[in-house]
Design a binder for this molecule. Sequence first.
Ligand code: AVJ
Ligand code: FE
Length: 440
Amino acid sequence: VRDLSPEALREHTATALGRARERSVALTDAVDDGELTRQHSKLMSPLVWDLAHIGSQEELWLVRDVGGREPLRPDIDDLYDAFQHARADRPALPLLGPAEARAYVSEVREKSFDVLERAPLEGSRLTEAAFAFGMIAQHEQQHDETMLATHQLRRGEPVLHAPEPPPRRMGAVAPEVLVPAGSFSMGTSVEPWALDNERPAHEVHVDAFALDVFPVTNGQYVAFLDGGGYSDPRWWSEAGWAYRSEHDISAPRFWRREPGGWWRTRFGVHEPVPEDEPVVHVSFYEAEAYAAWAGKRLPTEPEWEKAARYDPATGRSLRYPWGDDEPGVEHANLGQRHLRTAVVGAYPAGASPLGVHQLIGDVWEWTSSDFSAYPGFAAFPYREYSEVFFGPEYKMLRGGSFGTDAVAIRGTFRNWDYPIRRQIFAGFRCARDLRPDERS
Ligand code: AVJ
Ligand code: FE
């Protein structure tokens, strides 16, 4: 995508769209029609809604806007407008059934490939089309991750299968790195598929701080849990304590205490909680409480991005922690290649120049920052993608999870959610201010 020629764009786009569709089909073919139309949790849409919504957005952005073609199904625009109906209300809508939804998304896809092949792609038309196609590939993959979260909430025997992630492939390292004080370039003005909220690139000063080399593991989290962390208000913010108390939160979501220790359910598999994998399915409030208990704090979003992208040798910000190459299987646990987090230390080739591991992949990482616009932000292609969410209700998540596709993650990518959310594949790592003796 970086060197834009119409041919390169056509090929790259067709591959990205094709990969997204294979995944959507796999996620929706894995269950019967009853499970496709049922609501597995009030927090989620029925899977069949996500599927037709993917098609509906593609129809709006590629077929109608970029292609200037006639609408296929203007009658269903409203049903699949996420702003019109809350997730909890979606099962009651007159949605397309499974067969209709499948036929609809295929028909839309045929038309968008036709637009891709025939549209005259030159100059600003090329830039515009490149962005629209990239945004649609990312949008489908984002909903695929949402559908994966719905699969995690569904009850019953496992229906998804994948090979195990790699083992630890490195020796012992110090638990933290020191990130030097100074400014770095945050965000991007050059990534063709970067979304509006990642733009533009701008210099940000970050004070020196220490950051954990790995995300917090289940083993570390159990020490907090078994040490009474959930019953001591000292570690919790006021809002976090109120949330914990009201919802009787006493462990990460999907965990259960059994006589021998902690167990979890993962895509229908009941298993002992693995000690060396990053903790996942914790809310922002739990992450914040753990960090306080550990004598640390969550990193801010600029701290996270500096640790992920800043190369002290050149002063430049990289596209990914490992450099500018697209994510490969050796770099990060992405794309639902595995149905779980890998142990910490499984991706030495993905470390950042400062020596921080697994920033991309495995778990989304909660940061302490609210969702806000970068200086010079311009809503694109419309306010509803990011701008309407700016404000203190949302906390920023960085880095992507094992369920995030490579096309939908970058060193600059910004995700956001409510601080109470636990069904997403979110964990965290800790940061801390330097002690006086550590400052140079
Ligand atoms: C960026 C993941 C918060 O899933 O709500 C999907 C992405 N926007 N459809 C979401 C999105 C419109 C969004 N997140
Ligand atoms: Fe959407």
